[in-house]
Design a protein around this ligand. Structure first.
Ligand code: NAD
Length: 496
């Protein structure tokens, strides 16, 4: 019997495409079947990638900033042309629907263009120092070798907000793809090669936390770690960097509230909620998975969201007509299933819709499909409304006053984003000021741009990605003092 050939991927280390120390099978979440063979780096191979980045650092950091910008522009152009290919791979490997991966990866090129433009605009300063005969200035120097760790969702976007500023600043980098859904990042390495970056400037490895992630973040030659992932892993990364004292930014999970006031445009709010919690099958760090609706309109709003949720076309993520694909892993599916069942059966939540696996049938019968779910939660809350599920599950709560809404929004331990829908300009300002969240979206949701910083408060992490300041985060300041007097310095031990 003829078996279908499995695709295989390689890592990119020091300008060479290399097999992993081991390999493992990657599963297509739409079918539940293995479709590709992925490389897994061990500690030795991870160290080789750091060594390659270390070796390339002196050359890359001493190129002119404009030259570095040109490499990034070239990469942006190549990504723009090849976005379709990368999108198909991401869809195949993570289950994210093609219409989302195509749009997101097309936009990733804009991130590289933005950081390319910033390369020669990142500068130190001349200081108006309080001493005569002194000139003092600061230099922003590339921090060194960067370790970038990304999760499986939106890998190319999450890699771009690390690679772009790091390369613009003059750093070299090792990016670790996740053990789930690594295909698009490993394929992206081919585009880096095509863009002609000097070997070792960008290295892409793939592997598991223990064998690859942990040795990477604690490696003595790594000066900066940019981590995106879950809170439990972030804690391990923080401990790992205690060894090398690398600078660290963490972009973590969320349980972001969406507050809808009675005066809001409910249709617009319903659309934002559906996009905010059901897009990417809810697997987004900024998913607005906690709805706070003013009691007066709560029932009407939930009815409208339910209608929209039930109309979502679930199916083959590779078809452009599909509106929702599977979850990325079986683990995610089982977690959503358990948590929703507990909320509805034991914790007093009312199931408004969903709450079950979606049976897509045919070759997708083994896929990790879950129906868009809405839980109307009791005031005391349920586990599903406190923990990040990373699934299309909306937990709804009612509130009476603005003060209640702010208190409830600030009650969670994650503080990534917050959405607010209201027609009152003054209230929009008050709430934006009062909520604890790294990003506040007023009468919109989930908008991103390379120009706007992005990151959370509390257990959603620290540090910001995107925006002009993010390039500074990959530099360190050197202060230079110059004495301009021709007179010799006075001997401090000779009394005058
Ligand atoms: P995860 O924390 O399990 O894994 C993230 C990455 O860390 C993977 O590449 C993994 O191999 C690596 N890793 C594991 N152990 C490690 C260790 N000891 N040292 C170094 N690296 C290690 O997360 P996941 O399940 O892949 O992704 C989902 C999580 O990512 C969610 O919590 C989600 O909210 C979060 N996320 C955050 C953002 C953001 O911008 N804030 C964006 C996307 C996803």
């Amino acid at each position: 019997m003829q078996t279908r050939k499995t695709e295989s991927f390689r890592q990119y280390i020091g300008g060479d495409f290399l097999e992993g120390a081991k390999t493992f099978a990657s599963v297509n979440p739409a079918s539940g079947k293995a479709w590709a063979e992925m490389p897994a780096a061990d500690e030795k191979q991870t160290a080789a990638a750091v060594c390659a980045a270390r070796g390339a650092f002196s050359d890359w950091s001493s190129q002119t900033a404009s030259a570095r910008g040109r490499f990034l522009f070239r990469l942006a152009e190549i990504i723009g042309k090849r976005a379709g290919e990368l999108a198909k791979l991401e869809t195949r490997d993570t289950g994210k629907i093609l219409r989302e991966t195509e749009a997101q990866i097309g936009y990733v090129a804009e991130f590289y263009r933005y950081f390319a433009g910033l390369a020669d605009k990142t500068a130190g300063a001349h200081l108006p120092i309080d001493k005569p005969d002194m000139e003092v200035w600061t230099r922003r120097e590339a921090i060194g070798v960067v370790a970038a760790i990304v999760p499986w969702n939106s890998q190319l976007f999450l890699a771009a907000v690390k690679l772009g500023p790091a390369l613009a600043a003059g750093c070299t980098i090792v990016v670790k793809a996740s053990e789930d859904g690594a295909a698009p990042l490993l394929a992206f390495a081919r585009l880096v090669d095509e863009a002609g970056f000097p070997p070792g400037t960008v290295n892409v490895v793939c592997g598991f936390g223990e064998d690859c992630g942990a040795p990477l973040v604690s490696h003595p030659d790594v000066a900066r770690v940019a981590f995106t992932g879950g809170v439990a892993t972030a804690r391990r990364v923080v401990s790992g960097t205690a060894k090398n004292l690398a600078h660290l930014t963490t972009e973590l999970g969320g349980k972001s509230p969406m507050i809808v006031f009675a005066d809001a445009d409910l249709e617009s709010a319903a659309n934002a909620i559906v996009a905010g919690v059901f897009a990417a099958s809810g697997q987004s760090c900024v998913a607005c998975s906690r709805l706070l609706a003013q009691n007066k309109i709560k029932r009407k709003l939930l009815a409208r969201i339910k209608e929209k949720a039930e109309a979502i076309k679930i199916g083959d993520p590779e078809k452009l007509a599909t509106e929702m694909g599977p979850l990325c892993t079986r683990r995610q599916l089982e977690n959503a299933e358990e948590s929703v069942a507990r909320a509805a059966e034991k914790e007093g939540a009312k199931l408004i819709c969903g709450g079950a696996r979606a049976n897509v049938g045919g070759k997708f019968a083994g896929g990790f499909y879950w129906r868009p779910t809405i839980l109307d939660c009791p005031p005391e809350g349920v586990g599903a409304a406190r923990e990040e599920l990373f699934a299309p599950v909306l937990c709804a709560h009612g509130f009476e006053s603005e003060a209640d809404a702010v208190r409830m929004a600030n009650g969670g331990k994650y503080n990534f984003a917050c959405g607010v829908f209201t027609h009152s300009l003054t209230r929009a300002h008050r709430v934006a000021r009062a909520v604890r969240a790294g990003v506040v979206w007023l009468n919109t949701y989930r908008a991103v741009s390379p120009i706007a910083p992005f990151g959370g408060f509390g257990l959603s992490g620290y540090g910001r990605e995107g925006g002009a300041e993010s390039v500074l985060d990959y530099t360190r300041t050197k202060t230079v003092w110059l004495r301009t007097s021709d007179e010799p310095m006075a001997d401090p031990f000779v009394m005058r």
